[in-house]
Write a protein that binds this ligand. Structure first.
Ligand SMILES: [Zn+2]
Length: 316
């Protein structure tokens, strides 16, 4: 499974509110956290019992014995579900239904609509999901903003870091966290510094939360849509470069990262409809000039930033 999809699965706690469960064997349903009690998750009904239970992530099957006692046995809905579970075969899987549309099947569109319509009260959702970049880039950046990607510090927290250290592989000077990797790391600072000077925007803050709040607010309003794209391309390409170091033992110089970002931005721009292009034309003209400059410099310096580093690769 790719890092990207592991990242997506890591936000399941956020998406859990959008999934309804129907218990059969009870093996695939979280007892406390899933919405199997007629649309409710028991953790929100019996707070005290949830806090006191040492098995917050246990399955329905593992904790079904709790249903025999107080206070659960007094809930009529719950007794009905318990009886159905007893009569259900062990091999009958629990059923999951996506709660945001009539079909019960997950769709990215329904999730986007949910976010944009304010279903999740998130202050950046109103502009974040409207970016004209591929959905996977948007989702990845959203995961970064929520600190839900598998940086070394997050792997350590989950006790699944297979590397000997949690130090940033780009600079070897600090623990790798979202804020370090994408903002504080010297490599990231170089990349940010280049684009900040190029586009005449303020120096970035030291946290991703700050990027999408105060820092974005400090950018000229008519440049914000274009700058959003730059940030998203920058974050994505730093992640690619970081993965290249870890998995391919390949060191991508900052110039190559800059080239990849410029190429990526122009590829997004080329795919836009004419109306949308017009709004970004000024910034993209600057990006085009930047690409020409970097390509000529790269060729002069023995151009090792070939099409191989072009922006069309996944994180796999
Ligand atoms: Zn670093």
């Amino acid at each position: 499974m790719s890092f990207f999809w592991r990242g997506v699965l890591s936000v399941y706690p956020i998406l859990r509110c959008c999934v309804l469960s129907e218990v059969n064997s009870g093996a695939d349903t979280y007892f406390w956290k899933d919405r199997w009690l007629n649309g409710r998750a028991p953790m929100y009904v019996w707070h005290e019992q949830y806090r006191e239970c040492g098995q917050q992530d246990a399955s329905f099957k593992d904790l079904a014995h709790l249903l025999e006692g107080h206070p659960f046995c007094e809930d009529a809905d719950l007794v009905q579900i318990r009886d159905r579970w007893r009569n259900s075969g062990n091999d009958v899987k629990d059923i999951k239904r996506w709660a945001l549309n009539g079909t019960g099947a997950f769709s990215v569109k329904s999730l986007y609509n949910f976010l944009i319509d304010g279903g999740v009260r998130c202050e950046i959702a109103k502009f974040f999901w409207k970016s004209k970049c591929p959905k996977k880039i948007n989702i990845f950046n959203w995961l970064v903003w929520r600190n839900k990607i598998l940086t070394m510090d997050n792997l350590e927290l989950r006790r699944c870091n297979k590397l000997p250290t949690a130090t940033c592989v780009m600079c070897h000077a600090d623990t790798e966290s979202v804020d370090h990797l994408f903002l504080q790391c010297p490599v990231a600072r170089d990349v940010w510094g280049y684009f900040c000077r190029l586009l005449g925007v303020p120096e970035p803050p030291i946290s991703m939360t700050g990027v999408w709040r105060e820092w974005r607010g400090s950018v000229r309003p008519n440049s914000r849509v274009a700058v959003d794209l730059v940030v998203k391309a920058l974050v994505w390409n730093i992640w690619i470069a970081r993965n290249d170091r870890i998995f391919n033992d390949k060191i991508l110089p900052a110039t190559c990262i800059l080239l990849c970002i410029n190429r990526m931005l122009l590829s997004w721009f080329d795919a836009l409809a004419d109306g949308a292009k017009a709004k970004l034309e000024d910034t993209m003209a600057i990006v085009r000039g930047s690409l020409e400059f970097l390509e000529s410099r790269s060729q002069r310096d023995r151009g090792d930033c070939t099409a191989e580093e072009a922006p069309y690769r996944s994180t796999e």
